[in-house]
Write a protein that binds this ligand. Structure first.
Ligand code: GH3
Ligand code: MG
Ligand code: MG
Ligand code: MG
Length: 324
């Protein structure tokens, strides 16, 4: 636990410094009905930032969503339009949910500011504006946004790596194990079919022994690609172990699954695999054990067990075939 906390601190420090030396000018949007007032604000900010102005508050939402801004600065003095409406709209839309908002209020508008903060406004200033304070508050929000963006990107990369097989790019066993019970339960409760293909490369050891381990890796990568190209987006392909792959086919009965399995088998058997940087090629075949959800199945394990038995049959009966 201590090691992982230390690692998090490292990542945080790295992100902080990267967010900090993001020297790129910040892109700001000023929302103010009065072009003269907006231009004066622009004058205060334009040295460090790239600035757009919108004077039609209803149109601002579109600019905000499309514009790729680092911070939005909204004036409260909008006649006939509640500036906080734009704030709550921005908070309701996924793409602008975390975009910093700074409210520029008139002197004494404390009630409005308080409501704004409730709605998710990040910071505010009251007129008359102090240039240094304005710049500092904008800079703080931009820095915070960049830091959050980096953190989120690095987090999703970490998660992605944890559920991806490094060699083939397919999902790994951990991902399958964590998703399979959900897919299983959903199919059972909706009374929808579900099929699994347990796939194993035939005599894979010979490929390694004859051409070397790197050639074996080439075959695994190529096979993963062929597998991926022959299934739908909602199907789940995963490298389960060394040269064993599992494909989960939601909403697919045994008949359809057999068609898919046969197509995959054929795709492998019909075209030799290039190895050693394309200087050689090798014939590869696979065996597939197929199992489909049955009424009496009460666990994922039973379903997998049947696929495993079918795969064993396919091997025993001569390989390069689908059984199930
Ligand atoms: P069968 O037709 O019965 O499946 O025979 P096989 O040779 O494919 O089966 P076996 O399970 O005996 O051999 C699998 C081999 O896969 C053994 C192992 O060294 C190799 N292997 C496992 N993971 C990797 C990998 O990541 N890269 C390479 N190149 N080989 C691997
Ligand atoms: Mg084996
Ligand atoms: Mg094998
Ligand atoms: Mg095997």
């Amino acid at each position: 636990l201590r090691a992982s906390t230390a690692r998090e601190a490292d990542i945080e420090a790295l992100l902080m410094s990267r967010a900090d030396d993001a020297k790129a000018r910040a892109k700001l949007l000023i929302v103010d009905e009065d072009l003269k007032v907006a231009s004066r604000l622009e004058g205060l900010l334009s040295k460090d930032n790239q600035i757009d102005i919108v004077t039609q508050p209803p149109a601002a939402l579109i600019s905000v969503v499309e514009g790729g801004y680092d911070c939005v600065i909204i004036s409260t003095g909008l006649s006939g339009y509640d500036p906080l409406r734009l704030c709550s709209q921005m908070r309701a839309i996924e793409r602008t949910r975390l975009l910093p908002i700074i409210l520029i209020a008139e002197h004494g508008e404390t009630g409005l500011v308080a409501r704004g903060l409730d709605l998710g406004v990040n910071d505010y200033l009251m007129r008359p504006l102090d240039r240094n304070e304005l710049l500092a508050r904008v800079r703080t929000q931009v820095k915070r946004k960049r830091y959050n963006d980096l953190l989120r990107r690095s987090l999703s990369q970490t998660i992605e790596m944890a559920v991806t097989d490094g060699l083939t790019g397919l999902h790994n066993r951990r991902y399958l194990d964590s998703h399979m019970s959900m897919l299983f339960t959903r199919s059972v409760s909706r009374e929808r079919p579900l099929s699994v293909l347990m796939t194993d490369i035939d005599h894979f050891k010979r490929i390694n022994d004859t051409y070397g381990h790197d050639a074996g890796d080439d075959v695994l990568r190529d096979f993963a690609g062929r597998l991926h190209r022959n299934i739908r987006g909602i199907d789940l392909a995963c490298r389960y172990g060394g040269e064993e792959f599992i494909v989960v086919l939601p909403d697919t009965d045994a008949h359809m699954a057999a068609v898919v399995a046969e197509r995959i088998r054929e795709t492998v058997a019909s075209t030799p695999f290039l190895i050693c940087n394309g200087t050689a090629s090798v014939d590869v075949t696979i065996s597939i054990g197929l199992a489909s959800l049955q009424l009496r199945d009460d666990s994922v394990e039973k379903l997998f067990k049947r696929a495993d038995v079918a795969l064993y049959e396919a091997k025993k009966n001569g390989r390069n075939r689908v059984v199930g």
